[in-house]
Design a protein around this ligand. Structure first.
Ligand code: KG4
Ligand code: ZN
Length: 335
């Protein structure tokens, strides 16, 4: 299965045979967007157009396969930036037509969820899926049949978006998440008292915009007359934010596992790369009696292996799309 992913600022192509990754190529665009402090949609789609042929060719080369040897083409149809999605979709449609291959569209979140099953053969439904990325923060119940059931989601910003915005507040380069996590290593996470939004009430929803605002106020209070923060303060703010942001994810995941009576948790999306989140979830699993699967880092951030995996599943069910397949900016998860 050839997978193609271009929903945001990563141009990715991968080849998957069963659970075996034959190729995984990702062309990132961080350098294109860094001067603007965030993804510029028009620049993202133009860069995808520039790179897509080379990225797909590189994946086929890495897999050692001619296009004729493929069994199908899976492509992200949404959600995402429509201009970026269209680049992948147009290419996938033309490629499928040229080599007479079946085409399947994939929901980006279904792709993230599928990455966990690739990573650990022992993971089988039913399980809880925690999707934490720059665009999504949600808990899903995954059953053997049917679409993932949404149990809770963010009411405002996504967790990764909050990492990126707080990174920017602390003067870190884009994308802020990984840089903030590194800075937090030298900070004291108890130094700044920050809210743990939505933790006291019932339910499984998340909220990150209040936490981001709280950090902005703490930054302002600490600014020196010349408008700077000391290295100590920056590290403490980063560590305190990271603790608040990840505590919310751990608490809601535990609550959902207990409520649904599930023994397995799969954590997927870019924020699953966060070391503190990983440590806290593993510790929670030891005390509550659940097991957590984290895909390897290369499968956590946007990639096309996960798209090929979700697409292969659709294909196995006999599902196909045709040239009328369109891009969508938003839609509930389908499988
Ligand atoms: O899954 P992904 O590559 O793209 C989306 O679908 O959004 O996730 C990217 C997000 C970014 O917001 C990035 O800052 C965040 O994942 N991220 C992290 C870490 N590594 C990436 N956030 C916290 N800690 C990390 N180590
Ligand atoms: Zn993603």
């Amino acid at each position: 299965m050839l997978g193609i992913e271009s929903s945001c600022d990563e141009m990715a192509a991968a080849v998957l045979r069963g659970r075996e990754v034959l190729a995984n190529v990702v062309h990132g665009q961080a350098d294109v967007h860094a001067p603007y402090g965030g993804v510029v949609p028009e620049l993202a789609s133009r860069d995808h157009t520039r790179w897509i042929s080379q990225v797909v060719a590189a994946a086929l080369r890495e897999a050692g396969l001619e296009p004729e040897a493929l069994g199908g083409v899976a492509v992200t149809a949404g959600p995402g930036l429509v201009g970026s999605l269209l680049v992948g979709l147009c290419f996938a449609k033309a490629f499928a037509a040229r080599f007479d291959l079946p085409l399947v569209g994939v929901h980006h979140v279904a792709g993230h969820l599928a990455s966990a099953e690739i990573a650990d053969a022992a993971l089988a439904p039913p399980y809880l899926g925690l999707v934490v990325s720059g665009g999504h923060t949600a808990l899903y119940r995954i059953d053997a049949e049917g679409a993932p059931v949404l149990l809770g989601e963010t009411r405002d910003d996504a967790a990764g978006e909050a990492f990126d915005k707080v990174g920017k507040l602390l003067g870190l380069p884009y994308p802020g998440g990984p840089a903030l996590a590194r800075l937090a290593e030298s900070g004291d996470e108890t130094a700044v008292a920050l809210p743990r939004p939505m933790l006291s009430g019932p339910g499984l929803d998340f909220s990150y915009s209040g936490l981001k605002t709280a950090v902005a106020l703490e930054v302002e209070r600490r600014l020196a007359p010349d408008g700077t923060l000391s290295a100590r303060e920056r590290a403490d703010l980063a560590a305190s934010f990271q603790a608040a942001a990840t505590d919310a994810l751990v608490a809601k995941a535990r609550r959902a596992l207990a409520q649904e009576g599930l023994g397995w948790l799969a954590v997927v999306g870019g924020v699953a790369a966060n070391q503190r989140l990983r440590e806290r979830l593993v510790a929670a699993g030891r005390s509550d009696g659940f097991r957590t699967v984290f895909p390897p880092l290369a499968l956590c951030t946007d990639n096309a292996v996960m798209i090929a995996a979700a697409g292969a599943r659709r294909l196995a069910r006999g599902e196909r799309d045709d040239a009328s397949l369109g891009a969508f900016a938003r839609a509930p998860v389908s499988t």
